[in-house]
Ligand binder design. Structure first.
Ligand SMILES: Cc1cc2nc3c(=O)[nH]c(=O)nc-3n(C[C@H](O)[C@H](O)[C@H](O)COP(=O)(O)O)c2cc1C
Length: 190
């Protein structure tokens, strides 16, 4: 018989501790997931942000990936933006509003997400997929779920899917077609 592998102490494997019993609102920022000029998903992000603001017991803010300075001159977490990292550290969960690009996620969003790690652990994440087509970003959501897991985030069991985004929101971002924002009620309570 071989010797047993050495098992470290429980403390060695303790995840970051979050105060989940505090008598305070939950902090759940909404992330606009693309920097693209002319992005339509920004309208969906504002819609989700306004809905989140209306939830009792929730504090939110809008994080625009376009405004997060991203360095390319160092490795991994060394390039993280201190403001983004501190917002994620303070938050209890995140909502990502993500357009579908070639069935995947905007590369810029992934780059931003990858700059943190322990800040995410055991926090909730909900994803709102947005597409010009009829599938409401469902493919980008499916692609992102294993990424969320690897980051230590815990995904909600429901998503929001915004299909045909150009028909759902007007030029000024006004909601034209609520029926196309599938699953908002169940998402917002999960
Ligand atoms: C590079 C690129 C790839 C895209 N790929 C898809 C796609 O795979 N499926 C889809 O439904 N829409 C696709 N679209 C259209 C987007 O869904 C559309 O632009 C929508 O408005 C959401 O993205 P936006 O926030 O950048 O505007 C793509 C758009 C771009 C710019």
């Amino acid at each position: 018989m071989g010797s047993s592998p050495t098992i470290g102490s429980a403390a060695e494997f303790s995840p970051p501790q979050h105060d989940t019993t505090a008598d305070r609102p939950l902090s759940i920022p909404v992330i606009i997931g693309t920097p693209r000029q002319g992005r339509q998903s920004e309208h969906a992000a504002h819609f989700v942000f306004e809905q989140a603001k209306r939830r009792a017991g929730v504090e939110t803010e809008l994080i625009d990936v376009r405004e997060i300075p991203m360095r390319v001159d160092d490795a991994g977490e060394q390039i993280n933006d201190p403001d983004y990292a501190s917002t994620v550290t303070r938050c209890d969960g995140l909502i990502l509003v993500v357009p579908e690009y070639n069935h995947g996620n905007p590369a810029w969003l992934k780059h931003v997400l990858d700059t943190c790690l322990e800040e995410y652990i055991h926090k909730a994440v909900g994803i709102c997929g947005v597409s010009a087509g009829q599938f409401g970003g469902s493919r980008v959501i499916e692609n992102l779920l294993p990424v969320m897991r690897e980051l230590g985030l815990v995904s909600t069991s429901t998503d929001v899917n915004v299909s045909n985004v150009r028909k759902v929101f007007g030029e000024e971002g006004n909601l034209l077609d609520r029926a196309s924002c599938v699953a908002w009620p169940s998402f917002s309570t999960s």
